[in-house]
Design a protein around this ligand. Structure first.
Ligand SMILES: Cc1cc2nc3c(=O)[nH]c(=O)nc-3n(C[C@H](O)[C@H](O)[C@H](O)COP(=O)(O)OP(=O)(O)OC[C@H]3O[C@@H](n4cnc5c(N)ncnc54)[C@H](O)[C@@H]3O)c2cc1C
Length: 546
């Protein structure tokens, strides 16, 4: 089907290999196949979705990573540009309430998208703060509108930023302020500020450090909703894989890329357990820093050498418990966030001291209240996430896991989950060490490079990867950043760049080009389809569907 699409356009399909079938890789595969490219995705695991997949054991289903599906508009636009409808593929359930916040210092807040009701709830907690909610909403509406063009453009240099009248945006974006400082112009009660700022944890950052731009995260929730995809967020990845295959993409599971093959700085193929696949362009969806340090020789990199990566700031990690529990927990909300008394101290322990807290903040998802099929009848599937330091010598998870598990089980009593040990029927724990070794995530930093100003926009690894030729990035490690909506944006930006580069090359009569630090591919004519067929034959048609 995909080859026919390319033939209709009167050109031979250019071959793109994508390393990794995470949400970024899958969305990119859909868009490239729709544009007429010959696309193969190589995935090292036995399933698609990467961090956005589902753990299914003994009738219990758990999201592995993402549980908040926000701003579906970006993925909807990807499906519709491929002639499909996301709604036909995934049942997105809009939650109300969004979540319940419990403050250890006292008080709680049930967050609803009904703004008038939310004002009443805020007033019950902090009477003076409710009146400023409308101003917060309208300011952030404006902020998002101003920032959207930045999120949708490649941002390869400072020039790109200046072209978008950054200076006019400065008073709105206020880069000199943190999320918490910005919120203090609206809300005086620290608990209310936390209700609008804990979302910076979606980026793996503290609201006291996270750039104030990211107040748009809580705004996005109120304005556009919080969704639960029926079956979990992994259902979204499966839907993308189905869509990609309908468009002609070949997804090869259980096929880790072991090496990227270069001619000079130009990637010309990959070597995997089944042999060599050549390509005209290579897209890396695997965790950026891990992939660079494992798949690309250090001497080929300039800006992102191993030594420079070492000095970058990385997000926090997460300690995860996936628990199949006897009995239903109907009083526990779909999402509950428990904020420790000394939240600042908790964050310092994670980001500065790199030690485990004795009273950590945590988050619990109890999806069976919305989606009963997530657990066997009369049972519950609980997902517990505790933000912790990324891998650091201060914590040895082979030594510390058992004690920290006890701390977390004790904390869970504070949200009404009692007698847990007796009721557990299934249990899986993931520590930063697992994220690093099993999932291939640099330092186990689950949310990639931190989103500081120094590591954002043109200072984040570029979608058209600046250190190499014919190599592109997609996913949380590149621009615009981590979190599903922006990861889908990265897929749009990257496929657009690949299309532009291919078009540019087609217009030239001889092989192009390399000007300055921005590079594009030198597309190979004619050889790759044959090579890929040969590889397929050699692997005995190994590609498996998701
Ligand atoms: C615990 C947790 C909670 C999160 N919660 C949310 C949330 O609620 N909402 C939200 O929007 N975002 C959330 N995120 C962030 C983000 O949306 C997800 O991490 C997302 O899955 C990242 O997508 P990605 O495309 O960057 O790559 P990944 O999901 O990391 O996928 C990369 C893929 O590459 C594969 N791969 C790696 N190396 C190779 C190789 N050598 N060869 C072949 N394949 C390879 C991997 O196996 C993987 O399948 C969360 C993340 C985590 C970890």
């Amino acid at each position: 089907m995909q080859r026919r699409r390319a033939e209709r356009r009167g050109s031979r399909a250019k071959k793109v290999v994508i390393v990794g079938a995470g949400p970024g890789g899958l969305a990119n595969a859909m868009l490239l196949a729709q544009a007429g490219f010959d696309v193969e995705v190589l995935e090292k695991q036995a399933h698609v979705g990467g961090r956005t997949s589902t753990i299914s054991e003994n009738g219990f289903h758990f999201d592995l990573g993402p549980t908040f599906f926000l701003y579906p508009q970006v993925l909807e636009s990807i499906f519709s540009s491929c002639g499909m409808d996301l709604d036909d593929e995934v049942d997105l359930i809009r939650l109300d309430p969004h979540y319940r916040l419990l403050f250890e210092e006292g008080g709680e807040l049930e967050i609803t998208p009904d703004i008038e009701l939310l004002k009443k709830r805020i007033a019950a907690l902090a009477p003076g703060d409710a009146q400023h909610l409308d101003r917060f909403m309208s300011d952030n509406r404006e902020k998002l509108a101003a920032f959207k063009p930045i999120l949708e453009s490649p941002m390869e240099s400072l020039k790109d930023l200046l072209g978008l009248s950054l200076f006019e945006m400065l008073p709105l974006l206020r880069p000199w302020k943190s999320v918490d400082q910005d919120l203090s112009t609206y809300f005086q009660d620290p608990r209310v500020r936390l209700a609008f700022s804990f979302q910076s944890k979606y980026l793996g950052m503290s609201p006291f450090r996270c750039p104030s731009l990211f107040t748009i995260l809580s705004f996005l929730e109120y304005e556009h909703g919080v969704f639960h995809p029926r079956g979990g967020c992994g259902a979204v990845s499966l839907a993308m894989a189905r869509a990609a295959e309908k468009l002609g993409v070949r997804i090869h599971l259980n096929e880790p890329v072991e090496e990227i093959i270069f001619e000079g700085r130009k990637a010309v193929g990959v070597r995997s357990s089944t042999g060599v696949r050549t390509c005209d362009a290579l897209v890396v969806n695997a965790d950026f820093a891990h992939a660079m340090s494992h798949l690309v020789p250090n001497h080929l990199r300039k800006r992102w050498t191993d030594e420079k990566l070492e000095r970058k700031k990385f997000s926090c990690s997460t300690f995860m418990m996936y628990l199949g529990v006897e009995g239903r927990l109907d009083d526990l909300a779909h999402h509950t966030i428990y904020l420790a008394d000394d939240y600042r101290q908790n964050l310092r322990e994670i980001e500065d001291d790199h030690v485990l807290s004795t009273q950590p903040s945590f988050y619990v998802q109890n999806p069976t209240v919305t989606d009963p099929e997530m657990a066997p009848q009369g049972m519950s599937s609980l997902y517990v996430l505790v933000p912790v330091t990324h891998q650091h010598p201060n914590v040895d998870w082979t030594r510390d896991t058992e004690d920290f598990r006890k701390v977390v089980v004790r904390q869970l009593e504070k949200v009404g989950i009692d007698d847990l040990d007796r009721r557990i029927r299934y249990e899986k724990i993931l520590t930063p060490s697992h994220w690093e070794t099993e999932q291939g995530i640099y330092r186990g930093a689950t949310f990639n490079l931190a989103h500081t100003w120094g590591q954002m926009l043109s200072r984040r690894p570029h979608n058209r990867f600046e250190d190499l030729e014919s190599v592109y990035l997609v996913g949380g490690g590149t621009h615009p950043g981590s979190g599903l909506p922006v990861i889908f944006e990265s897929a749009k930006i990257t496929s657009q760049l690949i299309e532009e580069d291919a078009q540019r090359v087609k217009k030239k009569t001889f092989l192009p080009f390399r000007s300055g630090s921005q590079t594009g591919p030198t597309w190979q004519q004619g050889t790759t389809m044959q090579a890929s067929r040969a590889t397929d034959a050699a692997t005995g048609g190994m590609s498996k569907t998701a």
